[in-house]
Design a binder for this molecule. Sequence first.
Ligand SMILES: Cc1cc2nc3c(=O)[nH]c(=O)nc-3n(C[C@H](O)[C@H](O)[C@H](O)COP(=O)(O)OP(=O)(O)OC[C@H]3O[C@@H](n4cnc5c(N)ncnc54)[C@H](O)[C@@H]3O)c2cc1C
Length: 419
Amino acid sequence: MAIVGSGIAGIATAYYLCQARKNASVLLIDCRQPMSYTSAQSGDNYRNWWPHPTMTAFVNDSIDELDRLARDTSNVFNMTHGGYVLATRRTDVDDLITAIQGEVDAELLSGQREVRKKFPALSAAINNVIHIRRGGDISGQQLGQYMLEQLRSAGGRRLQGEVTGIGPGYCLEVNTAEGVRVVNADVVVNAAGPFAARVARMLGIELPVKNIYQQKIAFEDHLGAIPRDLPFCVDLDPKHLNWSEEELDLLAEDRDLAWLAEKMPGGTHCRPEGGPQGTWVKLGWAYNKRVSEPRDDMANEAVIDAQFPEIVFRGAAAFIPALQAYVDAPPARFSHYGGYYTMTEENWPLIGPLDNTGAFIVGALSGFGSMAACAAGKLCAAHICGGVLPDYATDLSMARLDNVELMAELVAAPNKGLL
Ligand SMILES: Cc1cc2nc3c(=O)[nH]c(=O)nc-3n(C[C@H](O)[C@H](O)[C@H](O)COP(=O)(O)OP(=O)(O)OC[C@H]3O[C@@H](n4cnc5c(N)ncnc54)[C@H](O)[C@@H]3O)c2cc1C
């Protein structure tokens, strides 16, 4: 079995294949080092908060696996359990509560006093907080490393090279440092992340996926603006950024930047990085909607959006006021980076058969691939090995594209769980 791609999706699929079938002959092929492309850019956060019960069930299964692996490994991948804090200025949040779908444990804190008592870092304007209990973060790199070690002990192999063509049968042409090699496989798994459409085309299949570049910053919080025990916090509210009159005039004059004066979507998020003794903080905001072709050097796209650090600081300061200090004087040490959300229009993954002879996909993992990798890999392995499939298997596979009713519902949904 050949798996194209050794990001977290390919590695998890290989791991679960070896679990499902002893003596499985698994070859992971990648032109890069394992976990070095999109999977290296992940914020590594997880949550079972989703706007559709299917996604909640899928990610709950994945978190069950993360819990199991954390137990088995003495938590080698540093799984934390602080939950997700969803903050809003709204006073009526009934619709937000009913929008939480599936088996989710959530606590509502109502009123500015209650909110500030529990989370003093949040703005006094925050009237309600929904605390999603099942959430936190992991080290995706450590998880990938652990799975690779298990794979190696189970006899799995790796090949460094780029798959440039897939012929019938499946005969893979792999461009390696030593020249072109031909690999014959009975099963091929497309786990190529942002390049999944390119690999599918080698099989004559068009995938309904797009790549959207999303960014983060990590910075040294030398002012101690963020309490080290603050859980992952999200500002749910769309908002205007806090520009001065003079800045607004300048933005209005610049066609490329005028959008910054308009209302921005909700979803600005913040969390401390590196545990209680650390000093770094991560901020993110997946507001970009522009589709792009994936580049080899994805850091270059961050250069294109040079305003991102200022925008995300302004967005985050709107719900965590202590961060305003960094709008006024940016931190000396920070890194601005990003990667592609490879996603379907409905923001559900594609996991399962690509054709009916032995090609499979585990992809379109958007901004949730680290948290969903275990369930995604396990599901793909079950498809390949003829194992027991969970109830959501069909709806997360290419087969859902033929379900006109479901697709219309998902594409029209106002909230697609994008963060
Ligand atoms: C900024 C950012 C923040 C994120 N934050 C979170 C988060 O907090 N929580 C979360 O759960 N998820 C998060 N994600 C999403 C998560 O990182 C991705 O969903 C996940 O890493 C995708 O993994 P992958 O294995 O599908 O892709 P990748 O990691 O990109 O792996 C694909 C691999 O395929 C290889 N490949 C492609 N084509 C070929 C070929 N022809 N031949 C050989 N090899 C090939 C590539 O070299 C690459 O190594 C975030 C993503 C980004 C960009």
